[in-house]
Design a protein around this ligand. Structure first.
Ligand code: HEC
Ligand code: HEC
Ligand code: HEC
Ligand code: HEC
Ligand code: HEC
Ligand code: HEC
Length: 440
């Protein structure tokens, strides 16, 4: 019996480790792949469950990591038939490049995909009929939760049956019927005490598991930091917002007016790049991509001209991505809150490559930034800043805060509570820690 309990404890630990790896795979999947891939349905890209098997079947099981890391290079090398076939099947649409993913991380994503149970057929049918069905991942949450439940039940059953056997033995050897009168709970307690080593271990593992899951879901592991998807054109902010001093709003024109900052369309680029064609410069090829997107053809005389074809819009891959259940508003932060772009995005005027999510250590190096500890874009990050960032009221510079100020003045008790406690008024004191402010 003790043996089976030990086996059980071992199982628990194995599943716990497995679950942690899975959580990493899940987080990576959601942040990097779920915009194009679902687990059990084909979308922009093929379904990811069984993807590894498909490559193994093609005799190229070892190449799938290379594919995920750099599909273009793998295709160009001509070493993979599966790469060529799947590219053709999807009409030549380009998957992003993930050179920063290690082999282990790719495997974690694929493990996660393969570990997701298939939904029941009725739900799957509904999903297929609805093109707006939620994207992969979200719908398949908690995949392993039920395994824990089963294990817990199994554990109790083992304890109880151990107890049952003991009871029979006691009754048989002593002839004393009183052992039959013990309740199952009492039996459970005695047996759990007898095997207290194992019970303690299992209890510990279960507690840690629950804590880890709760902690992770709230504060998230920092997979978002350093995220830098590939972009259709190698656009350097340093050249534009830096050397040429172009205002952020010229390209992100809704940043002070709405929730979204907005990304520029190819017309915005053409305002300048009709003239700046990069001829003879190393980046001429990148400018050609802008022309192809705009349907602009330099063959029509030296000034160029638009072809009849419409071109293909530049589709920028989003760098900073929050889950759907989070509400974030740019104008509120930039205009009302007076927070500089640098605080959250780093110094874009120095950014020579395409944009990426700056890790918190980088953000903390920038002068004037509030120093934070939690990983960029996680809930902990938002919360920490809301507890640290002071808002100035009553200086006549901001009508929104002046209004709050005048209201506070009328309510003396509140005014004292907020201002004279520590002489500071932070975002959380205005409600910036309320769940409903950030969550739909
Ligand atoms: C911008 C959209 C996009 C993103 C993001 C994306 N993919 Fe893809 N993926 C595709 C497309 C499209 C294909 C089909 C092949 C092609 O057209 O190049 C594909 C194919 C694949 C395949 C081959 C499947 C098969 O059946 O052979 C794998 C594996 C894969 N992607 C994994 C990933 C992983 C892992 C991630 C995240 C790290 C990811 N993809 C992110 C678009 C994307
Ligand atoms: C000439 C146009 C232009 C100017 C000026 C410009 N940007 Fe951008 N910005 C872009 C383009 C194009 C992208 C998409 C490519 C990329 O991600 O690098 C982008 C992307 C971004 C992103 C990442 C968006 C995402 O998907 O999450 C941030 C953040 C950003 N810009 C901030 C700024 C800031 C801050 C400034 C001013 C200091 C600025 N930009 C000035 C064109 C511009
Ligand atoms: C308080 C932090 C914060 C500040 C300040 C901030 N941003 Fe953002 N930015 C974000 C977050 C968070 C996202 C992701 C939003 C989402 O996915 O809904 C984002 C996304 C973006 C994007 C991608 C497109 C979009 O609208 O989602 C651009 C471009 C951008 N920011 C530019 C700017 C510029 C330019 C400024 C300064 C004028 C600025 N941001 C100031 C946090 C910030
Ligand atoms: C306000 C004018 C202006 C706008 C708008 C503009 N650019 Fe530029 N861009 C420039 C200038 C100036 C240069 C530098 C040219 C040089 O050094 O010869 C440049 C250079 C570039 C380069 C080459 C940079 C390098 O060093 O590799 C790329 C790529 C580029 N721009 C892409 C874009 C894209 C994409 C857009 C639209 C989102 C855009 N530009 C919008 C003015 C602009
Ligand atoms: C660098 C500091 C900083 C970070 C990081 C930050 N915020 Fe804020 N946030 C502010 C400031 C300052 C205000 C005050 C503006 C106001 O009260 O309306 C604010 C206000 C808000 C409000 C309105 C609160 C209210 O009482 O009306 C919401 C919602 C919000 N932020 C969401 C977010 C989310 C979501 C994130 C993370 C993705 C985030 N913020 C990250 C500084 C920050
Ligand atoms: C200042 C904004 C803000 C406030 C206030 C806030 N959250 Fe969040 N929350 C976020 C952001 C941003 C995320 C997404 C983080 C991520 O993707 O890692 C998130 C994610 C979550 C998640 C999901 C975790 C996941 O992995 O998707 C839960 C659950 C959650 N929050 C619960 C709460 C509860 C409960 C409260 C109130 C006590 C609360 N939040 C208050 C910003 C906020």
């Amino acid at each position: 019996m003790a043996k089976s309990l030990r086996l059980f404890a071992f199982l628990c630990v194995t599943i716990f480790v497995q679950h942690t790896l899975n959580a990493q795979g899940e987080a990576l999947f959601k942040s990097k792949c779920s915009s194009c891939h679902q687990i059990h349905k084909n979308g922009t890209g093929p379904m990811l469950s069984g993807a590894r098997q498909r490559w193994i079947d093609a005799g190229e099981g070892d190449l799938i990591t290379k594919w995920v890391q750099n599909n273009a290079a793998l295709r160009a090398s001509g070493a993979s038939k599966r790469a060529a076939a799947v590219f053709k099947e999807y009409g030549g649409s380009q998957m992003s490049i993930f050179a920063d993913l290690t082999d282990d991380q790719v495997n974690q994503i694929l493990d996660y995909a393969d570990a997701q149970p298939k939904e029941d057929p009725a739900a799957a049918k509904d999903g297929a009929a609805d093109p707006n069905a939620t994207q992969g991942g979200e719908e398949e949450e908690g995949g392993l939760g039920f395994v824990w439940l089963i294990l817990a039940v199994l554990f109790i059953v083992i304890i109880l049956s151990v107890g049952g056997v003991r009871r029979q033995l006691k009754v048989a050897s002593t002839g004393d019927e009183k052992y039959n009168e013990l309740t199952y709970w009492e039996e459970f307690k005695t047996t759990a005490w007898k095997y207290r080593g194992v019970t303690g271990l299992v209890g510990l593992v279960l507690t840690i598991a629950v804590l880890v899951v709760v902690f992770k879901s709230l504060y998230s592991i920092n997979v978002m930091e350093n995220y830098q998807p590939s972009q259709p054109v190698a656009f350097p902010h340093s050249r534009h917002a830096g050397e040429n001093g172009i205002d952020c709003k010229y390209c992100h024109n809704s940043v002070t007016k709405s929730k979204h900052a907005g990304l520029p369309s190819v017309n915005v680029c053409m305002n300048c790049h009709k003239q700046i064609n990069g001829d003879g410069k190393p980046f001429a090829g990148e400018i050609k991509k802008i022309y192809a997107a705009a349907g602009w053809d330099t063959k029509f005389g030296p000034a160029g001209g638009y072809r009849n074809t419409k071109g293909k819009p530049l589709v920028w891959n989003k760098v900073h991505v929050l889950p759907d259940h989070v509400y974030f508003n740019h104008s509120q932060h930039v205009v009302v809150g007076g927070v500089d772009c640098k605080q959250c995005h780093g110094d874009m005027t120095q950014m020579k490559e395409t944009a990426k999510v700056q890790p918190i250590e980088e953000l903390n190096k920038i002068e004037g930034n509030i120093k934070l500890t939690k990983a960029t874009l996680t809930m902990g990050w938002c919360i920490e800043c809301h507890g640290a960032k002071e808002v100035t009221v009553g200086d006549g510079k901001n009508a929104y805060y002046d209004e709050i100020h005048s209201r506070l003045k009328k309510n003396k008790a509140l005014y004292r509570k907020y201002l004279t406690n520590d002489g500071k008024l932070t975002v959380n004191e205005l409600g910036g820690w309320e769940c409903a402010k950030c969550h739909y």
